[in-house]
Ligand binder design. Structure first.
Ligand code: F6R
Length: 663
């Protein structure tokens, strides 16, 4: 399905930071802090297509010369779209894999080959089952090798790569620890295929797939840094701002044992392919004025001034000409004649983002407010990907919208069923069992259901087997519906205003979801056409390359795009506001509406989040961060308020932030 996630980014299209590595002067200036050639793409999709093209070209070139093409392959989320594109090329363009020999980087240890979590399973599902590669040409480390034979096995794996003629091309991802393959911090430049223990952060990152950190194998077999270095060419793929910080260190930092990917600076034919998210900490994007002349758009000026405040540790209105000149921003002073004028401009812009009236303030001058005043009572749809993102990300704003008499609807896009633990189901069932046994001793229906489900759960049925029990999934979905209803009730919103969309793409019962389809989009369109909202709130993780939030946002954008083509009138009067999802906040320079909260409102928001009881315990989806959802939400909102305050604006307890999307 066509994605339109780029629409909002179109302004950035002509930015110089998309320049490709080459010997041209502008690139050499822009990339002067970078010690590895980097190619940046608007989206992960585009970067993946480019990577697939390079792989395909190599395969074809080798084919022409009757040679085998030896590829080193990676697993994980980063190469998935590249594999998808290669499969498409195989199907539609006749790209053959008959001359391809592959060596995978790594495999968990120990792990059965047929486990859905094994990299053996992953590679079959993502690539090998869909192309014409010869099975005997596939090499993936074996997670079942007997412990006593491991050393010999690893040596033979390394030897097999050499005997195949060495790797023509190695594809890599990068872990947040900076690992390549499973070469964690501390790995030696001259390390070869061996068994390693996984870093704590890596295990946390894998915990989501394994349904909890306790299920993640502690070790892995991995090619070493030395094995990777023998490749004639290396391409590293990274998507999303989760990777931005480690990518910056690997590309612009020193070569350090603590960041194995930084060793790549020493390889003579390596390239990083990044999307804007993963590249966002590189100097050419984060502070482009340091590496070349820039087009001073209002948003870039805001970014530069906020950046300057944190460098010199001053609020905006105290910045001097000297501060600007000393930090490479003298151009701005020239442009505006004095620091004072730039300061005032940016200060006012920030000031104007703050409003206690997220639905617009009736009868007020709205020329400098984020939202229009009319109509005074707006119809609002808050789209919440999972049944708790609404309160986690915008509980304070939601409460204000309700209290300020707007017609507020909340649409929960997916059921969120797989994030409910089995013991939660048992808890509800035990209650019903007892309750019905006492009230209706003759009716055995509940007891039978209880026995059936208990039996299923205790005999090992869970989200990681192929055989998923639909009744348990149903129960889990209903538990989340009950929690969401309770949270909204607490905020003063009746059940008739809640819409549980249960989008079909999510309903696989597994971590791996289906692709978005027109059926999903139609469900959203139907709701939009029924409510005809003046305001839409959506979780806008534009930079996050995977995950349910992104798909949910894509569904809304595609729905809006299709409605726009049908020329529905109401859409002209509909504004879309994006909150950032549960994980992080918008950078302050991008915030277009900041809704402050009092200490009482923060407490109310916390209570609403606490209604989502099944998510209060160690949900496996929290990565390395052990804070509970309400703590994260509160910390994040306090932090935004603090940044506003440090910039010299009023001191609030907490702030929720939004960016406007223009369909
Ligand atoms: C996978 C591998 C790892 C991943 C890295 C990034 O075979 O060797 O180094 O490339 O952990 O994982 P994703 O792509 O899931 O972010």
């Amino acid at each position: 399905m066509e994605t339109i996630l780029e629409t909002n980014e179109s302004l950035k299209k002509n930015q110089p930071y998309f320049k490709k590595p080459g010997d041209d002067f502008e690139y050499s200036q822009l990339a002067r802090e970078e010690r590895i050639p980097v190619e940046i793409f608007q989206t992960a999709e585009k970067g993946s297509i480019e990577a697939a093209k390079e792989v395909a070209e190599l395969i074809r070139e080798k084919q022409k010369n009757n040679e085998t093409c030896v590829l080193g392959l990676a697993t994980g989320s980063s190469p998935i779209r590249m594999y998808r594109e290669l499969i498409r090329m195989h199907r539609e363009e006749g790209l053959s894999f008959q001359n391809v020999v592959t060596f995978n980087l790594d495999e968990y240890y120990p792990i059965p080959k047929n486990s859905v979590h094994s990299y053996n399973y992953f590679m079959k599902e993502m690539l090998f089952d869909h192309v014409d590669i010869k099975p005997e040409n596939i090499h993936i480390p074996d997670g079942e090798v007997d412990k006593s034979k491991l050393k010999e096995y690893c040596q033979n794996y390394e030897k097999a790569i050499d005997e195949a003629g060495g790797l023509d091309l190695q594809v890599l991802g990068i872990g947040r620890t900076g690992h390549i393959g499973f070469n964690e911090p501390g790995s030696h430049m001259n390390s070869y295929t061996r068994v390693v223990t996984l870093d704590d952060l890596t295990m946390h990152d894998a915990a989501e797939d394994f349904g909890g950190i306790h299920n993640v194998p502690k070790g892995a077999i991995t090619m070493g840094v030395g094995s990777i270095f023998k490749a004639k060419k290396i391409i590293l793929l990274a998507w999303g701002d989760k990777k931005a910080s480690i990518v910056q260190k690997a590309v612009e930092g020193k070569v350090l044992d603590e960041i194995p990917a930084s060793f790549l600076q020493r390889h003579e034919n390596v390239k990083f392919i990044l999307d804007l998210g993963a590249a966002s900490e590189l100097t050419r994007i984060k502070s482009p004025w340091k590496v070349g002349s820039v087009d001073w758009t209002p948003s870039l000026i805001k970014k530069a001034v906020i950046n300057l405040c944190s460098t010199v540790n001053k609020p905006i209105l105290k910045l001097t000409d000297k501060d600007y000149n000393d930090n490479g921003l003298g151009e701005l002073v020239v442009l505006y004649k004095s620091a004072y004028d730039v300061n005032i401009k940016v200060f006012n812009e920030l000031q104007n983002t703050i409003t206690g009236w997220p639905g617009g303030k009736p009868n007020a001058d709205d020329s400098k407010r984020p939202e229009r005043k009319d109509p005074a009572q707006k119809r609002v749809i808050v789209f919440s990907p999972h049944p708790d993102d609404d309160v986690i990300s915008m509980g304070g704003t939601l409460k204000r919208l309700i209290d300020q008499n707007h017609d507020v609807h909340v649409a929960y896009q997916v059921s969120g069923n797989i994030a409910v633990a089995n013991h939660e189901v048992m808890r509800y069932l035990s209650f019903f069992k007892k309750y019905f046994e006492e009230l209706y001793p003759k009716d055995s229906l509940v007891s039978e259901e209880y026995k059936k489900i208990k039996n299923y759960i205790t005999t090992g049925g869970d989200i990681h087997t192929e055989n998923i029990n639909p009744e348990i999934l149903k129960a889990k979905g209903l538990i989340r519906q009950g929690e969401a209803t309770s949270a909204c009730d607490y905020l003063g919103l009746g059940a008739e205003k809640l819409h549980f969309l249960n989008l079909p793409f999510y309903e696989t019962g597994k971590i791996k979801k289906n692709n978005l389809s027109q059926q999903d989009v139609d469900i959203i369109k139907e709701l939009l056409r029924e409510i005809k909202p003046h305001q839409i709130y959506a979780a806008g993780d534009l930079m996050d390359p995977h995950g349910t939030h992104r798909v949910c946002l894509e569904a809304i954008f595609i729905a809006l795009d299709q409605i726009k083509k049908d020329s529905d009138d109401w859409l002209n009067d509909c504004w879309v506001w994006m909150y950032r999802g549960a994980w992080q906040e918008w950078p302050v320079n991008e915030i277009e509406m900041a809704v402050p909260m009092s200490p009482m409102e923060v407490q109310t928001k916390r209570n609403a989040i606490l209604r989502h009881q099944s998510q209060m315990e160690s949900a496996p989806f929290k990565g390395g961060d052990s804070r509970l959802f309400w703590q994260r939400a509160e910390d994040r909102n306090h932090e935004t308020a603090e940044i506003y305050n440090q910039l010299g604006l009023a001191e609030y307890e907490a702030i929720e932030a939004f960016v406007r999307y223009i369909p």
